[in-house]
Every structure is written in structure tokens, then in C-alpha cells.
Ligand binder design. Sequence first.
Ligand SMILES: [Zn+2]
Length: 237
Amino acid sequence: MAESSSYPSGEISQSPVITVVAIEDGLDEPKSFYIHQSLLRNKSRYFSKALDSCQNATPESHVITTTFADWQFQYFVNWLYYGESRDSSNVVCWEFCGLWGLATELEAPLFQNAIVDWCQGLKFDKCFIHMFYDFDDGNHDRTKLATYIRNKVGYEIVAHGWTRFIETAESLWEDITRTSFLHPGLPLLLRLMAEVDIATELLKTVKLSDPAETKDCSFHTHTDEDKKQCPRYKSSE
Ligand SMILES: [Zn+2]
């Protein structure tokens, strides 16, 4: 269900339309997107700065070239116009790393929050477990999305047992236990065990709950100002 406030308001629909050209390292044919300027400015500091830097152009003549893949950018555009629910069931595990990178480069924290919300809808399977080490690379491990993924893995092991986890991981279990998957300074298996310890402690205090069921802003990043725009924040007030 898209939030009605996510649809273009009169102010947005009267704002000039900007052409954004997405090019993925010169590999694909460039794809053009036509987006209202006020949406780009409000939801992405990257575009806000880019638009400021070409003030002498007429509003309609801006063409901003990005190096993002068009399929990634399409998710961003859908989110801009239709809100966080539009693609909630469409994104698959292997796309999350790239989408998070896009949201980081666009300096779009509200889009990052939507990505975590989408991740909460994923089934816990081998592909999900793969994200555990996709996000354990020193670049992503401090992000809210990585926190969610780690918490979910810890919860699944404690709530449903190691046997089920190892069966779900299939061949990945061997990878996790091999030394080739080393985090700088800390083997992946130890990080996994640390998450299990946290979940076990929560279980002792009967506070263990499925992170996928969390419907507040626990895995969001907000400023005081932008949290007022978050549908979850509004509903938890
Ligand atoms: Zn929020």
C-alpha cells in the first residue's frame, strides 16, 4: 500500500522535469529518466548539490549523468514517485548490496530506510544468508541494513536451531567456516557466534522477537526533521 503522501503533490507536478542519464560503467546503453526537480532535491543531497552546481542552465535543460545501473536507478525513481511499498516484494537478495551503494552515493537516507524495509520482507533462505557476508566487508558492516541482516541471522539460529540454519545455508555453511571468508581482524564465524550470543541473551529475558516483524524505526536512520516524513515513525507515535 503506497502512502498517499508519496504521490506527487501539486507543488511537485509543477516543478521542472530533469533528465537523468544512468550509465553503468559504459557497459549498457544509457537510459534516460525524466524526474521532477523538487523530488530529486528533497530526497537526495547528491542531486540537490548537482542541481545547485549548474544554476546557470535553464531548469529544463539539466542533464545529470550518473554511473548507476538503470535497473538500480529505476527502483529509486519508483520509490520517489510511489513510496516505499511499490517494490517491496520485487527486490531480490542479490540486488541489496548494489541498491544500498546507490542510496549511499545519492545521499538519500530515506531511500536507505525503504531498502531496509524491503529487506525485512525477504524469506530467510540461502540467498539471505549470503547477504550476511556480502555485508561483512568493512564498507557495509556498520550500516543499518547490515545490522538488520546480522540480527535476523542471530534470531533464526536461536529461535529455530543450528541444524535448521546449516540446512538452510547448504554449501554456504562450508564457506562460512572456511578461512577465506575473513573479516579484517575477525573471522566471519566468530561474528556469527557474536550475533547468536546477543540473541541468546535476549531469549533469556524473553525479549527475543523476529527482527522481520519490527515495524518501528529501529533500523532506520533519521534526522529530527526527516523522521516526520517516515510512515513508520508516524504510526508509532
Ligand atoms: Zn523511520
